[in-house]
Design a protein around this ligand. Structure first.
Ligand code: IP8
Length: 252
């Protein structure tokens, strides 16, 4: 929603971004904002072979500058918008301190993130390309970062903003009548996982199915996990004020 997902070259949706920055102003506690790749990350990742595990090393290496450039551009636009609203946000890019091994987190120190939060800063991080101990470089998705940081920093609430009303009971691109599922719990989690498909735009890291599977992993620890539609004005603001709105809550 802060990028036009299908626009090539990637383009920032300034209208949505400045609205979201205004909604974030109601938040009073520590806050980490994790950006997904959107068009900025996924197009460059796709054209440099990151969707295919057999891509040659040279092609992957060539992808590092454009992916880094695009993600830095995106993150810095978000930083600018938040700073304009008086939110003391700073970008901490994973490429400079996170390593992966076979696509999974290998080393992800959190001391600078903790110090930033303790000093009243709002941290912006984002899906990125990172060096991989086994495969030259791999893509680290924003969802993986979110799950990791929620665990490491013991987050109380995890809000996942998407462009649909929550986790849907069918693919809205093919079934326009698909409805959001208000609660995912032990009773329906297997059914939900079997119905939720991957994202249909250029997404090299798995879309909604991966999102839900990763979130289920951290929902057992008395944490509030909410997936909601960030394209609809005021839903973020309402959720940040602990009020209810249309969304999916994961409660295992
Ligand atoms: O959109 C992917 O992050 P995601 C980041 O959260 C890149 O999966 C660089 C493609």
């Amino acid at each position: 929603m802060i990028t036009y997902k299908d626009s090539a070259p990637p383009k920032i949706n300034e209208i949505n971004l400045s609205r979201i920055a205004k909604e974030l102003k109601v938040h009073r506690d520590q806050l980490i904002i994790v950006l997904g790749g959107g068009a900025h990350g996924h197009q460059a990742a796709h054209s440099h072979g990151f969707a295919d595990s057999n891509s040659p090393k040279d092609l992957l290496l060539k992808g590092i500058p454009p992916i880094r450039h695009n993600m830095s551009t995106l993150a810095s636009s978000v930083e600018t918008s938040l700073n304009k609203e008086g939110i003391p946000a700073i970008v901490i890019p994973p490429f400079s301190f996170v390593t992966l091994k076979n696509g999974l987190i290998h080393d992800f120190p959190t001391n600078i993130i903790r110090k930033s939060l303790d000093n009243g800063l709002v941290v912006i991080s984002h899906g990125d390309i990172c060096f991989d101990e086994e495969r030259t470089a791999s893509i680290l998705s924003g969802d993986t970062i979110t799950v990791y940081l929620a665990k490491e920093l013991n987050a109380r609430t995890v809000l996942i903003g998407t462009d649909v009303d929550g986790v849907l009971d069918d693919n809205p691109k093919f079934t326009p009548s698909a409805k959001y599922i208000p609660i995912i719990n032990q009773d329906n989690k297997e059914t939900v996982l079997s119905k939720t498909g991957p994202s249909t735009s250029t997404d090299v890291t798995g879309g909604m199915l991966k999102k839900v599977s990763e979130l289920l992993e951290i929902s057992k620890h008395n944490r509030e996990i909410i997936i909601f539609n960030l394209t609809v004005p005021d839903r973020l603001k309402v959720l940040l004020q602990n009020e209810s709105t249309i969304c999916t809550r994961i409660q295992l």
